[in-house]
Design a binder for this molecule. Structure first.
Ligand code: 6R9
Length: 693
């Protein structure tokens, strides 16, 4: 009660004109927060006292400033916390988010000259962090590890940067990276950034076809990979996948000059790796020869930093493009506040650098803050479900950032795997990738965090670059399952289907008004698709593709994708991509894919498949269809269920009625709703009868 009062007091003293920030009205008045709500989890006094943002009052004061004068808010941070070779021009930012007013355009710090690798490494070393551990590396196999200080990391980065330059990589060139979670992955990202090259990291769980597709799209001269990796008990031969991808991409006219291959000695010896002389180079043979210093390529804040492909609701994956300056300022600032970062922290994010979380919150955000980061190569439940907590204890991890799917899967395995370890170093927990259900939230909070660690449930996207809606630990009372409030500078709006903004307690489509420094600037090579996908449906706003509720206290509750994207274990997968992989199978005539609730993965992939005439259903065919998806996209996109469908429910104009398929898939066939527009109503009963075949 004492705590509750403290919050209410601080809110009551908040300037009344803050009421203009409408979505925070209720919270500012403090009515609801002070009410007898059981579901509120208050930050402890001890935590709040030491927190960067210790109260709603402090948050609101900064939030208000960030919205009223974004230019000043962000330029103060950019100037005081980063190195700029040259300051930007008169305008801190310029934006057009309205298609009626011409092309969509977002620029931050244009004309400012900087380098993000310099800001991650050299600047921190100059500030005395040279001997601080930058990266701890923990192998898949317990007992094998490594670490690098900031100075050692800089040396490694410079050697690779020099090597890339000598191979001919220049500013603006794309470099495709297909590496697992070895130290060489962040090293590669930083080395590219140092010389102004644009990295395009492809998650090393994608198939050769997906890799080839990305290579063809961004046309690199160099691909960086390793021979193999162990994930849990399995060895994956990455170089073979790259070889196959390069054959495919060559068919589309894209050949590369160099395939730089790291020898991951714990998995496979050189001799057993297939080799193409003249193209393939062993990292260990060439990189260490180069000097450990490398001049920085100074770039404009708006020069591209990286490309990262993500799934859309239709067609091929989209190459999300992030630029340098705004992304730098945004990832560093969000990291600092959302995790209440202190210099003594040891931070572990379980995401792979193949996804945006690994870009912004394994590599750039933490490194920009001079943090000590744990990189783990393997599977979180190998050799058993206690591995994560073993790692937490081993490195005395203080901030642990993961995905709800991992929380749920460990929760299923039993508490004893957790309680066996101390976990007393932990002080902040984080979650991202999908909504975290309140029961998983509570287990994470009570058991893993011993009821003392606030949870930052960070809502954001590949496109947003960094956190958009997130708790700030210690500032607000938390509601399990809510991402709470917008980060500084972010103006979320909830709109109805016509695009009208809705105030107060409501549910609708989540959009964002105005730009923020970390926003993506385009889809690589397809600005029109960028405009259409994100800015056309709700004019004047960035449309996130997510549904969202806002409760009476102004808290935001994300409800998941409203487009044809499925979120499997926090990975975005387009239904269209899975369908296209299925129909490429010679015995598949048609396929329709929907998401269904899945206890551990959040959503599972459920595929309705119509096979060609004359072929009969069989277990073998089912497996071979699943294999087609694994081969074309990757194992993580394999359907959980193939539902044989003699035909699919369609409207008279031939559109597949996914709404009905979703109901059948989730076994709610008594709630099909209006089926009057079906061309052939009999199809539905037939499908229901085949559900368990
Ligand atoms: C960071 C990341 C983005 C989509 C996003 C949303 C879902 C991410 C979430 C969340 C609820 C959270 N999502 N974080 N939903 N609460 N804290 O995952 O990026 O792979 O691009 O996925 O993930 O649906 O639209 P990305």
């Amino acid at each position: 009660n004492h705590l509750r009062l403290r919050h209410v007091e601080s809110m009551a003293s908040f300037p009344s004109d803050a009421g203009k920030i409408s979505h925070l009205n209720a919270a500012i008045l403090g009515e609801a927060l002070a009410s007898e709500e059981n579901d509120l989890v208050l930050p402890s006094h001890d935590f709040s006292r030491q927190a960067l943002i210790p109260s709603p009052h402090k948050y609101l004061e900064m939030y208000k400033r960030s919205i009223e004068d974004p230019a000043e808010f962000w330029s103060d941070i950019a100037l005081s916390e980063f190195y700029w070779k040259q300051r930007w021009g008169d305008q801190v930012y310029s934006e057009n988010l309205h298609l009626n007013k011409g092309d969509i355009k977002i620029q931050w710090f244009k004309g400012g000259i900087t380098n993000i690798c310099y800001n991650c490494l050299d600047r921190n070393i100059d500030a005395g962090l040279g001997d601080k551990i930058a990266l701890y590396w923990e192998s898949n196999e317990p007992g094998f590890d490594a670490h690098l200080t900031y100075s050692q990391l800089l040396h490694r980065v410079c050697q690779l940067a020099n090597c890339l330059k000598s191979i001919g990589v220049r500013k603006g060139d794309a470099v495709v990276v297909y590496l697992p979670m070895l130290l060489e992955l962040p090293i590669t990202m930083l080395a590219c950034a140092r010389i102004g090259a644009v990295h395009s990291v492809v998650f090393a769980g994608f198939s050769s076809d997906s890799l080839a597709q990305r290579i063809v799209d961004c046309k690199p001269n160099v691909v960086i990979t390793c021979n193999a990796v162990k994930r849990g008990p399995k060895t994956i031969h990455l170089k073979d996948i790259v070889d196959a991808a390069l054959i495919e991409s060559a068919k589309d006219g894209v050949s590369i000059d160099v395939c730089l291959t790291y020898e991951n000695q714990s998995t496979l010896k050189r001799e057993s790796t297939k080799w193409q002389e003249g193209r393939d180079m062993w990292w260990q043979d060439v990189v260490p020869i180069y000097p450990t210093t490398c001049e920085v390529e100074w770039v404009d804040a708006e020069d591209p930093l990286f490309l990262l492909y993500t799934s859309g609701s239709t067609g091929r994956p989209k190459g999300v493009l992030h630029t340098t300056g705004g992304y730098m300022v945004y990832t560093a600032t969000t990291f600092k506040y959302a995790f209440d970062y202190k210099e003594s922290d040891v931070y572990w994010c379980t995401a792979d650098c193949g996804w945006i979380t690994g870009h912004s919150y394994v590599t750039y955000g933490p490194m920009l803050n001079g943090a000590t980061v744990v990189v783990y190569e393997g599977a979180p439940n190998y050799p058993d479900s206690g591995r994560s907590w073993d790692i937490v204890d081993k490195y005395k991890v203080t901030i642990f950032y993961t995905a709800p799917t991992l929380v749920r899967s460990l929760m299923c395995d039993g508490d004893e795997y957790v309680t066996r370890y101390s976990r007393k170093s932990l002080r902040v927990l984080g979650s991202a990738g999908e909504p975290i259900n309140p029961s998983a939230w509570r287990w994470f909070f009570n058991l893993v965090g011993g009821s003392r660690c606030p949870i930052s449930d960070t809502w954001w996207q590949t496109e947003t670059g960094g956190f958009m809606i997130t708790p700030l630990p210690g500032a607000w009372p938390q509601k399990p399952g809510s991402a709470t409030f917008p980060f500084f500078g972010v103006q979320p709006v909830i709109v109805d289907e016509k695009g009208n903004e809705i105030d107060g307690e409501c549910s609708g489509y989540l959009c964002v008004k105005g730009s923020w420094p970390g926003a993506f600037r385009t889809l690589y090579g397809d600005h029109e698709r960028y405009e259409t996908t994100y800015f056309r449906q709700f004019p004047g706003y960035y449309f996130t593709g997510d549904g969202c509720n806002r409760d009476k206290d102004g808290y935001y509750w994300l409800t998941g994708r409203v487009d044809d994207v499925i979120n499997v274990s926090g990975h975005r997968i387009g239904t269209a991509e899975v369908e296209s992989a299925l129909v490429s199978h010679p015995q598949c005539a048609e396929a329709a894919v929907v998401g269904v609730e899945h206890e551990v993965k959040g959503q599972g992939i459920y595929a309705f498949v119509t096979i060609v005439e004359g072929v009969s259903y069989s277990e073998q065919l089912r497996k071979s269809l699943i294999r087609a998806v694994r081969n074309q996209i990757g194992a993580f996109a394999a359907p959980d269920k193939i539902h044989w469908a003699p035909s699919l429910p369609k409207t008279r104009s031939g559109k597949i009625m996914r709404r009905i398929l979703r109901k059948i898939a989730s076994r709610q066939s008594d709630e099909l709703g209006d089926t009057s527009s079906l061309a052939e109503p009999g199809v539905v009963d037939q499908l229901i009868s085949l559900a368990d075949c």
